[in-house]
Design a protein around this ligand. Structure first.
Ligand code: NDP
Length: 294
C-alpha cells in the first residue's frame, strides 16, 4: 500500500476530545449545557441502535440528551406535536428525528417542523435549499457529508480547484456532499446508476467520493495515481471466520486502490465514525448560537 490512511476513528476521537473541552468551558463560563433530543418512531432495530450510539456519545462529551420514542402507529400530528414541544424547550438545542420514519408518515412535513436553529441533522428543506444555493449557507449541513469534508481538511487534502467525482446522488450523502464540495470551489461531477462508462469518469477525479452501496465496485484502473479516495459505502459480505458471520467492506476495492491513491479511508473506521462526531459538533454549535457566542 502506498496511500496514506485517513483514520476516521482517530479523527473522530480528536473531535470528541475537542468537544469535551468546549462543553466543559461552556458549562463553567456560561452555565450552558448543550442539549440534544432524539425522536425515534417505531421499532426499527437499526434505528434503535443508531439512536443509542448517538446518545451514548453525547454522554461521553457532556452533552445532555433526552430520547423520545413513539410507537410505530404514531400519527403525523403526534410526531409533529412532539417536535413542536422540543422546538419550545430551552434545554434542547438540537433535535434529531431518526430516519427513516414509518411509511405512513410524511417525512418532509416532519423535518419541516423542526426549528431551523435546532436542525442539527441538516435535513430541514430550508437548510438543504441554502446548501444548494450560491452565496447562502445552511445553519447546519448533514452529518455524514460534513464529516467527509472534515476528513479532507484534517489531512490537509486541498479541495479548491480540484476535480471531485461523487458516486451516488442520495439526499443523505451524494447530493449534499457534492454541494459542500462545490461551496469549497471544487469542480464536481455527480454519477449515478445511469452514468455511462463510470471508470472513464472516475479516472478524472482528484477527489473521489464513493457512496453507492456496491461492494468494492471501484477498482484500481478506475482511478488515477494520487487520487484522494473517501469510501462511504458500508456493505456486508459473508465471512464464516468473522464473529458475526460477515464483515463490512466499502464501495472501493481497498487493497488495490490503495496502491495508487495518495490518501484513502478504510471501511470500517473511515467515514463511519465521523457521522456522530459531526452531529455532536452541530449540537454544540446550536447551543453556542443560542447563547450568542457565534
Ligand atoms: P442510496 O441507495 O440512497 O443511494 C445510492 C446511490 O448510488 C444512488 O444515487 C444510485 O443511483 C447510485 N448507484 C447505485 N448503484 C450504482 C451503480 N452500479 N453505479 C453507479 N451509481 C450507482 O445510498 P446512500 O447514499 O444512503 O448510501 C450509500 C452508501 O453509503 C451505503 O453503503 C450506505 O450504507 C453508506 N452510508 C454510510 C454512512 C456512514 O458511514 N455514516 C451514512 C450513510 C450511508 P440512482 O440515484 O440512479 O439510483
Amino acid at each position: 500500500m502506498s496511500a496514506y490512511l485517513i483514520d476516521g476513528k482517530a479523527i473522530a476521537n480528536t473531535i470528541q476530545d475537542e468537544l469535551v473541552v468546549e462543553v466543559q468551558a461552556l458549562k463553567e463560563t456560561h452555565g450552558l449545557v448543550p442539549g440534544l433530543a432524539t425522536v425515534l418512531v417505531g421499532d426499527n432495530v437499526a434505528s434503535q441502535t443508531y439512536v443509542r450510539m448517538k446518545r451514548k456519545r453525547c454522554a461521553d462529551v457532556g452533552i445532555y440528551s433526552v430520547g423520545h420514542e413513539l410507537s410505530k402507529e404514531a400519527t403525523q400530528e403526534e410526531v409533529e406535536a412532539l417536535v413542536r414541544s422540543l422546538n419550545a424547550d430551552p434545554a434542547i438545542h438540537g433535535i434529531l428525528v431518526q430516519l427513516p420514519l414509518p411509511r405512513h408518515l410524511d417525512e418532509e412535513a416532519v423535518l419541516s417542523t423542526v426549528a431551523l436553529q435546532k436542525d442539527v441533522d441538516g435535513f430541514h428543506p430550508v437548510n438543504i435549499g441554502r446548501l444548494a444555493m450560491k452565496g447562502r449557507d445552511p445553519l447546519f449541513a448533514p452529518a455524514t457529508p460534513s464529516g467527509i469534508i472534515e476528513l479532507l481538511d484534517r489531512v490537509g487534502a486541498p479541495i479548491e480547484g480540484k476535480q471531485a467525482v461523487v458516486l451516488g446522488r442520495s439526499n443523505i450523502v451524494g447530493l449534499p456532499v457534492s454541494m459542500l464540495l462545490l461551496k469549497r470551489n471544487a469542480t464536481i461531477t455527480i454519477c449515478h446508476s445511469r452514468t455511462q462508462d463510470l471508470p472513464a469518469v472516475t479516472r478524472q477525479a482528484d477527489i473521489l467520493i464513493a457512496a453507492v452501496g456496491r461492494t468494492e465496485m471501484v477498482k484500481r484502473d478506475w482511478v488515477k495515481p494520487g487520487v484522494v479516495v473517501i469510501d462511504v459505502g458500508i456493505n456486508r459480505v459473508d465471512d464464516p471466520e468473522a464473529k458475526r458471520g460477515y464483515r463490512l467492506v466499502g464501495d472501493v476495492a481497498f487493497d488495490e486502490v490503495a496502491e495508487v491513491a495518495s490518501w484513502i479511508t478504510p471501511v470500517p473506521g473511515g467515514v463511519g465514525p465521523m457521522t456522530i462526531a459531526m452531529l455532536l459538533k452541530n449540537t454544540v454549535t446550536a447551543a453556542k448560537r443560542v447563547a450568542g457566542l457565534l
